[in-house]
Design a protein around this ligand. Structure first.
Ligand code: NAP
Length: 255
């Protein structure tokens, strides 16, 4: 188990799914976790769970698409600890559609959260990391940041942007002691995925099809993504920056 002892960490979108699992894993590894989400009830439930398991954390309300929220959260973190060691940009939203069935408004909505959100949160915490010459930024992208995914035009567009932003950030700040990496999961069983599967005419078939897109014929578990986030956040990953860590059960390995 990699250790985050004495590390101050923050996870966005940590009220559900992958973000909640990352928060729990980081707390188990000894880190203090700022659990952030736009959904206060869900975020507080994540904090309650990690505290019940003996971890330390606090909830801060944060809509990543709001620059004002990001400033407020950065001030709150500064007043508690005066530093942030690990930032996980996990909050993200999806949209099902091709170029023909995606509107400009759909693309803007995804861009505001998936791209501007990562930009906004990173912007308020990076200066402190650079000043202290230490920091790890983990961006939760998607396998749709590595290969195209059918019927996900806007989502894939924003996730490729995250992969690019991660690489640029890593290069710009490698000599400042700040690492930046992206995790690219295949389908992971979370409310994000189960929500859209329920909208299909035959949800059980849609579930089986979603499992079958992975060579291992199942979806990933949030904890399997959290384990990779823990590694990338830890000092053991000191030589890892600017990379895309694919965790996709063989989704992208080929047919
Ligand atoms: P999830 O279960 O829907 O959890 C995402 C959380 O982020 C929710 O609590 C959501 O709140 C919150 N959120 C959404 N927009 C936000 C905003 N503007 N500011 C702050 N919080 C916001 O999704 P997940 O499956 O865990 O996905 C987490 C990340 O992994 C996303 O970036 C997603 O693209 C990526 N990913 C997921 C999969 C997968 O198969 N699950 C695969 C590859 C990548 P609301 O409930 O209010 O929306």
């Amino acid at each position: 188990m990699f250790s985050l002892k004495d590390k101050i960490t923050l996870v966005t979108g940590a009220g559900s799914g992958i973000g909640a699992a990352i928060a729990a894993t980081f707390a188990q590894a000894g880190g203090f976790v700022f659990v952030t989400d736009r959904d206060e009830k869900a975020g507080q439930a994540t904090v309650d769970a990690l505290r019940s398991a003996g971890g330390q954390g606090e909830f801060l309300s944060l809509d990543v698409s709001s620059e004002a929220d990001c400033e407020r959260v950065a001030t709150a973190v500064k007043s508690c600890f005066n530093r942030l060691d690990v930032l996980v940009n996990n909050a993200g939203i999806g949209h099902v559609g091709t170029m023909l069935t995606t509107t400009g408004a759909d693309l803007d909505r995804l861009y505001a959260v998936n791209v501007r959100g990562v930009f906004n949160v990173t912007k308020v915490f990076l200066p402190g990391m650079v000043e202290r010459k230490s920091g790890s930024i983990v961006n939760i992208a998607s396998i749709g940041a590595v290969v195209g995914v059918k019927d996900r035009l806007a989502y894939v567009t924003t996730k490729f942007a995250i992969a690019g932003m991660t690489k640029a950030l890593a290069l710009d700040h490698a000599l400042d002691g700040v690492r930046a990496n992206a995790i690219c999961p295949g389908r992971v069983e979370t409310p994000f995925v189960t929500g859209w599967l329920k909208k299909y005419p035959d949800p059980e078939k849609a579930y089986r099809d979603a499992c079958a897109t992975q060579a291992v014929n199942r979806m990933g578990k949030p904890e399997e993504i959290a384990a990779a986030a823990l590694y990338l956040a830890s000092d053991e990953a000191g030589f890892v920056t600017g990379t895309e860590f694919i965790i996709d059960g063989g989704f992208s390995a080929g047919k």
